[in-house]
Design a protein. Structure first.
Length: 244
């Protein structure tokens, strides 16, 4: 019993360290801007300035937006792209949490909407929940979800079946609960060999969407991390985003 309680306590205390893996501040050649919330600031990387249509991209829990900037800029040259450093990541200050990340994402959308008529959103892994949350609360043309999941609670419960994940977790990222409010055409990209997000969690999310709303692709022979190394990855993203 003592061992059970000790491990449970450790999981509870360390849950942020398990969920979030902040990336370092890396300088790039791209411009950006920050917005403030109290003493904390959130940094936004801006790629390909000056285009009519925009893409917002929200990365995974260990993804560096600075490192992703060059490739995303090259793959979407006709769009102005906005990449958000989560709190505590890159050039942003403070600590990450579901509440502040969601609020920052909505603020970013509202800023971008003043400059662009049409906004598409992409999210990867943890960022799929952020992207879906924004799409459920704002007008979005197209939504791309890369290696998405139903909820962090569901994944945690599978990994730690002896512990009540719904009671222990502070940040639940219940992506599946946002589906009913998402109106955008949605593209789900799964990795065939994904060990981080087992396919049943992506399939549960898929089943919550209306069939006519979804486009689904499985990239063969790739896992959760190396899915973007596949030569078809950005091509199918480009085809989906199109002119919107």
């Amino acid at each position: 019993m003592f061992g059970y309680l000790a491990i449970g306590t450790l999981l509870y205390v360390k849950q942020k360290d398990i969920l979030y893996h902040p990336t370092p501040n890396i300088k790039t050649d791209y411009k950006g801007f920050t917005f403030k919330d109290g003493n904390d600031s959130t940094y936004i990387h801006v790629l390909n300035e000056g285009h009519k249509n925009a893409i917002l991209y929200f990365g995974g829990n260990a993804e560096s937006m600075a490192k992703s900037s060059d490739y995303i800029a090259q793959q979407f040259p006709e769009f102005t792209c906005y990449l958000m450093d989560y709190r505590g990541y890159g050039s942003s200050t403070g600590e990450p949490s579901q509440e502040v990340i969601y609020n920052d994402a909505l603020k970013l959308y509202d800023i971008v909407k003043q400059k662009h008529a049409r906004i598409s959103i992409g999210g990867r892994s943890l960022g799929t929940s952020v992207a879906a949350y924004v799409a459920a609360h704002r007008e979005v043309i197209k939504l791309a979800l890369i290696t998405p999941f139903d909820s962090i609670v569901s994944i945690a419960q599978e990994r730690y079946p002896l512990y009540p994940a719904s009671l222990l977790l502070k940040d639940t990222y219940e992506l599946i609960s946002y589906v009913k409010d998402i109106k955008a055409k949605t593209f789900v990209i799964m990795a065939e060999n994904d060990k981080v997000v087992p396919k049943e969690h992506s399939l549960r999310l898929i089943q919550a969407f209306k069939k006519e709303q979804l486009v689904i692709t499985v990239i063969k022979g790739r896992g959760h991390v190396d899915i973007s190394d596949d030569e078809t990855y950005y091509r199918i993203m480009q085809d989906f985003i199109g002119e919107g």
